[in-house]
Design a protein around this ligand. Structure first.
Ligand code: BDR
Ligand code: CA
Length: 320
C-alpha cells in the first residue's frame, strides 16, 4: 500500500495578521503541502505582503516555499492604502521578523496560480484569503482554471451577516468586487467562508497567553501580532480578542472543521458604484423551505461552523 500523497495547497493572501495565523495553520497541519503563495494588495501592498510571507515562512522552517508578488492594483481601480489600523503599517502589527534570505520568485501572482494548478492538475486546493484580483487575472490567463484545480476555498463575503467595511461588504470582496464576481461565478468547486461564520470564532486573551507561553520564535511572533490585532477588535467586543477570519478558511480548506450548514447556491457580487458595492448576493431563499440538494453550480456558502475552533487553532499553532 502506498501512503496518501499530501494535499497540495496554493495560498493567495494579503499577509496580514490573520493571514499569518492561516499560514501557521497550513504549515502545522499534517498531510498538507504548501506548494506556493501569491500575494495581493489588501491589508498592505502586495510587495509588503510578500516580504512578510517570506520572513514568516523562514521562521516556520519553510524557506523553500515559493512566494510570488501579485497584483498591486485592483481590476478597475488603484490600491489606495491598506488597513494599518487593523494590521499595523507593516501588516503584521509592527512585529519585526528576522529578514529571510529568500526573495520573491520572478513571475507574478496570477502566473504562480496557473503554474501550480498545471503542476498539480486535478489535485490542487486553492485557498484565497485576500482580495480576489490574482485569481481573476489567473482566470484570464487560463480559463480552464476552475476545472484544473480540485477546489477553491475563499475567506470573503457575507451572505446574511452585515459587512465589516460597509453596511453590506466584507473587506476582501470590497477591495475588488469585480474580481470577486468573476471568481465566484467562474464555476470553481468553491466554498465561501464569510463573516456569517468567521465573526463567531474568537481567540481570547487566554489563548494568546497560552500561545506566547509556548515560547518558540514562531509562536512568540504570532502572539505578538495578535496583541496588536486585539486592540482593533477590543473596540467591538469590549475586551482584548480577535475573530478568526483567515485561519477558519484555512481549516475549512484542510477539512478540519465541520461545515454544518453550507448550502450550494448562486452567488453574485455587486460591482456597481451604488451603496451595495461589494455585497455578496447569495440566493438563500432555500432557508424558508430547504435547499435543493447540491444544485449544479453555485458556491457552497458556510452558514454554520460549530465547535471550538479557537481551541483547535491554539493547539495546532502550539506545535510550531
Ligand atoms: C478579511 O480582510 C482582511 O483584513 C483579513 O485578513 C481577512 O482576510 C476579513 O474581512
Ligand atoms: Ca487576509
Amino acid at each position: 500500500m502506498t501512503a496518501a500523497l499530501p494535499t497540495p495547497v496554493h495560498l493567495d493572501c494579503d499577509t496580514g495578521i490573520d493571514d499569518a495565523l492561516a499560514i501557521g495553520w497550513l504549515v502545522a497541519t499534517p498531510g498538507v503541502e504548501l506548494v506556493g503563495v501569491s500575494t495581493v494588495s489588501g491589508n498592505l501592498d502586495a510587495a509588503g505582503g510578500a516580504r512578510n510571507t517570506l520572513d514568516l515562512l523562514a521562521l516556520l522552517g519553510r524557506p523553500q516555499v515559493p512566494v510570488a508578488v501579485g497584483a498591486h492594483d485592483f481590476l478597475d481601480h488603484p490600491y489606495a492604502g491598506g488597513a494599518p489600523e487593523v494590521h499595523g503599517v507593516n501588516g503584521i502589527g509592527e512585529v519585526r521578523l528576522p529578514r529571510a534570505a529568500a526573495e520573491p520568485v520572478g513571475h507574478d501572482g496570477a502566473h504562480a496560480i496557473v503554474e501550480a494548478a498545471r503542476a498539480h492538475a486535478g489535485r490542487l486546493h486553492l485557498l484565497a484569503i485576500g482580495p480576489f484580483t490574482n485569481l481573476a487575472l489567473a482566470l484570464e490567463l487560463e480559463p480552464e482554471l476552475p476545472r484544473l484545480v480540485q477546489r477553491l476555498t475563499v475567506m470573503g463575503g457575507a451572505a446574511m451577516a452585515p459587512g465589516n467595511v460597509s453596511a453590506v461588504a466584507e473587506a476582501n470582496v470590497a477591495n475588488d468586487p469585480l474580481a470577486a464576481h468573476r471568481v465566484l461565478t467562474a464555476g470553481f468547486d468553491a466554498t465561501m467562508i464569510g463573516l456569517d461564520v468567521t465573526m463567531r470564532h474568537v481567540f481570547e486573551e487566554e489563548h494568546r497567553r497560552a500561545l506566547l507561553a509556548v515560547g518558540t520564535p514562531a509562536t512568540t511572533a504570532l502572539a505578538q501580532m495578535l496583541e496588536f490585532y486585539y486592540r482593533f477588535y477590543a473596540q467591538r467586543f469590549g475586551r482584548p480578542c480577535a475573530v478568526l477570519h483567515d485561519p477558519l478558511a484555512a481549516a475549512a480548506a484542510t477539512g478540519d472543521v465541520e461545515l454544518a450548514s453550507a448550502p450550494r447556491v448562486p452567488v453574485v457580487v455587486d460591482h456597481t458604484d451604488g451603496p451595495g458595492r461589494g455585497q455578496t448576493i447569495a440566493d438563500l431563499r432555500g432557508v424558508y423551505a430547504g435547499f435543493p440538494d447540491e444544485a449544479a453550480g453555485g458556491v457552497r456558502v458556510a452558514l454554520e461552523v460549530p465547535g471550538d475552533f479557537a481551541g483547535a487553532l491554539l493547539q495546532r499553532l502550539s506545535t510550531l
